[in-house]
Design a protein around this ligand. Structure first.
Ligand SMILES: CSCCC(=O)C(=O)COP(=O)(O)O
Ligand code: MG
Length: 261
């Protein structure tokens, strides 16, 4: 088995979710279709609620920022004029969400609404989050060895907690010391990793970030974070240069902590 030795200065392991802890297929075939199929009904049911209105306002702001993009779907300002206007507004939000999802966009606005929509599905037991089988044993071992384990995903913190709280392995939320999402910054920006280190109270070189996306690995590395690229079934392929440049692992069990036995 290939072994990747974790540098002695690393005290924090920062994990991506999709393509790293969790199969991309679970996200693409279960989580995302649930949103596409249920977004209209969800908006109609929850429209009057404050949380839903906050989600719509955030989506509207994002739509304004996106107005220069090809195919962007605007969301009109609320006029408060009648049922037809309301249905038009809901349809605009639905079209905007579907347009963003067709591009797999990682905007905070989209991710916030998705997290709120998944809440009911997880709570009702309609969905259980999938984790690769090596994830839970490895995380337990790292924690026993004194490592802190944090999550950094484009999925909202609320969505992350739903996944860890309702997994096929049971409630594994207690295995995580903390969560970060795009509110701290985007995963392809190195400043995000500096802010994460600052928030945890460590130096960037105390962190090892595991991700499937080389653009994220590159941004983290620029901030002096240690990185390893995770190769999982169903992940996007890597170029030969990427395969040569990055440390690669196919399972968390390939990480060797000098402090553990
Ligand atoms: C954790 S929520 C579900 C996945 C999701 O919406 C997402 O965008 C995952 O992105 P990641 O940064 O974990 O690759
Ligand atoms: Mg990922």
């Amino acid at each position: 088995m290939v072994v990747l030795c974790v540098p002695a200065e690393v005290t924090v392991i920062l994990l991506d979710i999709e393509g790293t802890t969790t199969p991309i297929a679970f996200v693409k075939d279960i989580l995302f279709p649930y949103i596409k199929e249920n977004v209209k009904e969800y908006l109609q049911t929850h429209w009057e609620e404050e949380e839903c209105q906050q989600d719509v306002n955030l989506l509207r702001k994002q739509a304004e920022e996106d107005s220069h993009l090809d195919g962007a779907v605007p969301i009109p300002a609320a006029s408060g004029n009648g049922a037809d206007d309301l249905q038009q507004m809901i349809q605009a939000v639905v079209d905007n969400v579907r347009w963003q999802m067709s591009l797999d966009r990682k905007t905070t606005a989209l991710k916030q609404l998705q997290g709120h929509m998944w809440r009911a599905a997880f709570a009702a037991g309609r969905m259980k989050a999938e984790f690769f089988e090596d994830v839970v044993p490895a995380v337990r071992k790292w924690r026993e060895a004194g490592m802190k384990v944090y999550i950094y995903s484009s999925g909202s913190v609320e969505a992350q907690k739903l996944l860890f709280g309702h997994s096929t392995e049971g409630d594994i939320l207690e295995l995580v010391d903390g969560h970060f999402d795009t509110k701290i910054g985007h995963k392809v920006e190195s400043e995000s990793y500096r802010k994460i280190a600052n928030s945890i109270g460590c130096s960037t070189n105390n962190i090892l970030f595991l991700t499937d996306v080389t653009l994220e690995a590159s941004a983290a590395e620029e901030a002096d974070v240690h990185v390893a690229v995770v190769v999982r079934p169903g992940n996007a392929g890597l170029t030969d240069d990427e395969k040569t440049y990055y440390s690669l692992i196919t399972s968390f069990s390939e990480l060797y902590l000098p402090s553990s036995t």
